[in-house]
Design a protein around this ligand. Structure first.
Ligand SMILES: *Cc1c(COP(=O)(O)O)cnc(C)c1O
Length: 214
């Protein structure tokens, strides 16, 4: 096995283990390989090992790397996981299959204006951190209503827990918010905490380091 295949097998096994512990079906969890700042060669090694969902955090970087890779591997799915600027939305809507960082009306309007807007997760600012993207908790209910009335399909909720704090309670809270607002998708969990996220209901985990570094 290549190093990339070994890392991929390990992460998949962890997801399966965590899902079983929580009496969940591992197939209900999508593993997104976060390939920001990784080269086309590093990415291709994972594709060859069988990985198909990839996440990028910058539109320009994704435009530089993915059209060539996609020509070779047309069944790859691309996820935009980073902060999105309104002036990049048209390009993002054309390139990405899913957006994980919808957090304001101006973005929603720009997405809705695209010919085929991809489904979007609403990002929630769980830690009420000023520098972080995401809808404030107080605005979530109203924003979800606006998204539901728009042409953009609501994929679920997404969050990045505050650094340095135990992530579990934040994942549990995001799960509760999703339940309360009748949302099914939950994009949560990164290299350090994806097992916890899967146990607490994640349907998409965004894993970079654990898939690309030994
Ligand atoms: C970089 C990034 C990840 C992946 O982080 P790792 O710790 O390398 O797994 C996940 N989600 C978002 C939003 C990111 O920016």
């Amino acid at each position: 096995m290549t190093a990339a295949a070994t890392r991929l097998a390990h992460v998949r096994a962890e997801i399966t283990r965590a899902a079983r512990l929580a009496r969940r079906d591992p197939l209900d969890v999508t593993l997104i390989a976060v390939s920001k700042r990784r080269t086309a060669e590093e990415i291709e090694a994972l594709i060859v090992a069988g990985q198909r969902d990839f996440g990028e955090s910058r539109v320009q970087e994704a435009l530089d790397k993915w059209p060539a890779l996609r020509a070779l591997y047309p069944d790859v799915r691309l996820h935009m996981i980073g902060r999105l600027q309104s002036n990049k939305v048209a390009e993002a809507a054309a390139l990405f299959d899913t957006i994980h960082s919808l957090d304001r009306s101006s973005l929603l309007d720009a997405l809705a204006a695209a010919p085929h807007p991809p489904p979007a997760y609403v990002q929630v600012n769980l830690g009420e951190e000023e520098q972080k993207g995401g809808v404030a908790l107080a605005d979530l209910e109203a924003f979800l209503a606006v998204v539901r009335a728009s042409p953009v399909a609501l994929a679920g909720l997404m969050a990045i827990p505050p650094l340095g704090l135990e992530p579990g309670p934040f994942f549990a809270f995001l799960y509760e918010l999703a339940r309360r607002h009748d949302v099914t998708g939950l994009s949560m969990g990164m290299s350090g905490d994806y097992s916890t996220a899967v146990m607490l209901g994640a349907t998409a985990v965004r894993v970079g380091t654990a898939l690309f570094e030994d």
